[in-house]
Write a protein that binds this ligand. Structure first.
Ligand SMILES: [Zn+2]
Ligand SMILES: [Zn+2]
Length: 242
């Protein structure tokens, strides 16, 4: 941004963009600047909205079959896929913002398929990215979920309104990946979110966005917090389910 075209050309010759997954040099015709077409085409797409705990297909937006995770999950793809892991890792830990673009496309593709299955294809949504604690953001230098959220809003400007500041972290939790078991994951995130401004959420359709959903504990806690403002519906949306 704002870089002279000659410097951009020079930089692309000196540091050609590489596919985050297979590490081949990306050609000028590649669809993305973070992953090659071959790798991105290999990513499997999830076919329907599901219960975050047992994976059962959901047909209505209210709740899933498991009370521990009482929300419907819209997961674009699976974290077990090496190409997906590479994209998320590049964005989150290497600060490669271009990696948000293919992830956003995967999510849009999934919303296009999954929202009609819930009878919600005509609805407008508030898009709330999972907030990162300020400490974490300083440490990492990037808020990966906010990056994906902006890319999503650019793709669906008439359907999504980004609400980046209504949901906040009230405490810095330990990393979910370091928790020994499922129960510990739920305990670790309990009471860790709050609403700064509940008014926009009243009677709204809300999509809560995160990069990855593992046990569903963090998403369940965000859903619980958002529901206190009495929205019409709340759905969980992630690039990948682990
Ligand atoms: Zn590749
Ligand atoms: Zn279930």
């Amino acid at each position: 941004m704002g870089t002279h075209p000659f410097l951009q050309l020079l930089s692309s010759l000196l540091f050609p963009a590489l596919c985050c997954s297979c590490h081949r040099t990306l050609g000028a015709s590649a669809r993305y600047r973070a992953i090659c077409d071959m790798c991105s085409n290999r990513i499997p797409r999830n076919p329907y909205p599901k219960c975050p705990t047992c994976g059962r297909r959901c047909t209505e937006p209210r709740t899933s079959c498991h009370t521990e995770t009482p929300f419907v999950l819209l997961a674009a793809t699976e974290f077990a896929t090496p190409e997906v892991r590479a994209l998320i890792h590049s964005l989150k830990y290497r600060g490669i913002r271009d990696a948000a673009e293919p992830l956003a496309d995967l999510i849009v593709e999934h919303l296009t398929v999954a929202l009609p299955m819930l009878g919600m294809e005509r609805e407008s949504f508030l898009l709330i990215p999972a907030p990162l604690h300020p400490h974490r953001k300083r440490e990492r230098g990037i808020d990966q979920t906010a990056c994906i959220a902006r890319a999503l809003e650019r793709r669906l400007p008439h359907q999504l309104t980004l609400e980046g500041s209504v949901l906040v972290r009230t405490r810095d939790t330990d990393s979910q990946t370091e928790q020994p078991n499922r129960k510990a994951r739920f305990a670790n995130v309990a009471e860790s979110f709050a609403l700064r401004e509940p008014t926009p959420l009243v009677d709204a359709n809300v999509l809560i966005l995160d990069d990855v959903c593992t046990s569903g504990a963090t998403m369940a806690e965000m859903v619980r917090t958002v529901r206190s403002a009495r929205p019409r519906t709340v759905l969980g949306v992630v690039a990948a389910q682990a």
